[in-house]
Design a protein around this ligand. Structure first.
Ligand code: OOB
Length: 545
């Protein structure tokens, strides 16, 4: 049983009083529960479609989505869960994901938004860290039986007393369903849900987002994306991730009164048909997928001309790729630089296209305070590269129950140190130039992996690449370029690549020492290139040699 000290508030850092007053005076907080826009829409537009499963066409209207969520909410409470308790939610993209997430919110229960690709190590960590009382999963997806994970989880994390399964529950309980009761009252300054950090090192950290800050995130994102009730959003990335959930994603669409279509297959051969069938107007992709979509416009017959906004973010979209997407699909690209910890930057509809191609956007709120600092934490001169630190109405003041991480990741004056290297362009837009730790130190020279990657991507026979450092006795680290060949399937050789990069004027100490050709790069749960996995794979390979 969770101890009595195990309340939602323990380990959650609210805004400092001076900041809270400032944000409140600026009117950013609604002081309503995160589900309030759904209830509004269910009242004003009950019969409009809210959520649809692309695979089956199954749809709930706004009225039906609220009613289904309320039956789930009553079921959770009937099963003994109490407001303020945490539940690890791990469902694939589906109408059920939306209904269940809203059900938990309506019951005042706090979902931990796990991603379908998480496995027992991450789920146990998230459950233990949040003190979760329940785990909620699908039965079997993609050949993986989540009920096995559930059994393992119950053995490892004693606070998890309940398991609810969408589909065939096996030895566990089905998703609960009971006669609706009124929604639970919540404090809008307390966590509504937990996101998980997107870092590619270590285990994910818990990020508590309040009703107020997340509702602001959704509403402001919907305004920037100029969403209306006529928009149709395709949730192609895993919906529990901040990007498709709230930037503007599902929650932004609900605020706007439009429709969200869920797919579990973001590949162009499946997703293009969905775009055509539902006249999808907006979607969000990571760069690797956006590139795939761009290439597929050459051979996929489906009509995707309804798409007016293709949001790309999660990792760096190279300028030539952004330009190529615009050229293939119309001027649709919006660059999104965001983080589960808070800050979201968007390029804007009226930005010149060349700026959209080279920058990762502007913070969405004038209340976002962005500082760009050097190693010693001093602001760098304007235009120079430094680490991005941020403070603002929807940026956290600390990870949940992680005091040792917080000492490293938050400054004394309450800024989050993102670890991202950025430069401010004359327009005020930010350009992401790398990650603090993504530097290779070769023979005493610092080489930014991103720098080499951008040049490699300009090679006509390289489709994707990741540059990593490999330990070396003589040089400290070697520069290793891992490349995925372009469509004709033949990658260039190491001498070709070195000659190509030299011709582009790259310094000789930045030229790769090794070249590995692979069919695909390892990716994280949301589809970002996973450099730590790559490093250990390469280290394993070199040991085996
Ligand atoms: C999004 O959120 P997370 O929490 O999975 O990852 C955040 C990190 C950032 O700190 C940055 O390192 C990287 O992902 N990142 C980008 C980027 N967008 C995110 N790096 C370069 N260019 C970009 N456009 O990834 C996320 C959350 C909301 C919206 C979009 C992305």
């Amino acid at each position: 049983m969770p101890s009595s000290a195990d309340t939602l508030e323990t380990g959650f850092a609210p805004h400092r009083p001076d900041r809270a007053d400032l944000y409140r005076a600026a009117g950013v907080f609604d002081d309503r529960p995160l589900w309030a826009p759904l209830a509004d829409r269910a009242a004003t537009d009950p019969d409009r479609p809210a959520v649809t499963d692309a695979a089956t066409g199954f749809t709930l209207t706004y009225r039906e989505l609220l009613a289904t969520a309320d039956r789930r909410a009553a079921g959770f409470i009937g099963a003994g869960l109490k407001p303020g308790e945490r539940v690890v939610l791990q469902l694939h993209n589906s109408v059920e994901f939306a209904a269940t997430a809203f059900g938990l919110l309506r019951a005042g229960i706090v979902p931990v938004m796990a991603l379908p690709a998480h496995r027992i190590t991450e789920i146990a960590h998230l459950a233990a860290g949040s003190g979760a009382r329940a785990y909620l999963c699908d039965d079997v997806r993609g050949g993986y039986d989540y009920r096995g994970l559930a059994a393992d989880l119950r053995d490892r994390v004693p606070s998890v007393e309940h398991v609810f399964v969408n589909g065939d529950p096996g030895v566990f309980a089905p998703l609960p369903d009971a006669d609706a009761r009124p929604p639970v009252t919540v404090d809008p300054d307390l966590p509504a849900l937990f996101l998980v950090s997107g870092g590619t090192t270590g285990l994910p950290k818990l990020i508590a987002r309040t009703h107020n800050d997340y509702a602001f995130n959704a509403a402001t994102s919907a305004t920037v994306a100029e969403l209306t009730a006529d928009d149709v959003y395709l949730a192609a990335l895993p919906a529990a991730h901040n990007f498709p959930l709230c930037c503007p994603g599902l929650l932004g669409m609900i605020a706007a009164g439009g429709r969200t279509v869920f797919t579990q297959d973001p590949s162009p051969d499946s997703a293009f048909d969905v775009v055509e069938r539902y006249r999808v107007t907006v979607t969000a992709l990571v760069p690797a997928l956006a590139q795939l979509w761009c290439a597929a416009t050459e051979w996929e017959p489906a009509d995707i001309s309804s798409l007016r906004l293709l949001q790309v973010g999660g990792s760096k979209l190279a300028a030539p790729d952004a330009a190529a997407i615009d050229a293939a699909m119309g001027p649709v690209v919006q660059q999104v630089f965001g983080m589960a910890e808070g800050l979201i930057c968007y390029t804007r509809a009226d930005d010149p296209r060349d700026l959209v191609h080279v920058s990762q956007g502007l913070p969405m709120s004038p209340l976002d305070e962005v500082r760009i600092v050097d190693d010693a934490g001093r602001p760098v001169p304007d235009g120079e590269e430094g680490e991005l630190q941020v403070r603002g109405p929807y940026t956290i003041r600390g990870y949940y129950r992680a005091p040792e991480h917080n000492l490293r990741s938050f400054t004394d004056d309450g800024f989050y140190s993102s670890g991202d290297l950025v430069r401010r362009l004359p327009s005020g837009h930010l350009a992401v130039t790398g990650r603090i730790k993504d530097t290779i130190v070769r023979a005493g020279e610092n080489v930014a992996a991103d720098d080499v990657e951008e040049h490699l991507l300009a090679h006509p026979r390289i489709a994707h690449t990741a540059v990593v450092g490999l330990p070396d006795d003589a040089l400290g680290e070697l520069i290793c370029a891992v490349v995925v060949p372009g469509r004709d399937g033949t990658a260039p050789s190491l001498p070709d690549v070195r000659a190509f990069l030299s011709e582009r004027g790259l310094a000789s100490f930045k030229l790769p020492d090794r070249l590995h050709t692979v069919d695909a790069l390892p990716v994280t749960s949301v589809g970002k290139i996973d450099k730590s996995a790559l490093r250990s794979r390469l280290a394993g390979a070199s040991q085996a040699r």
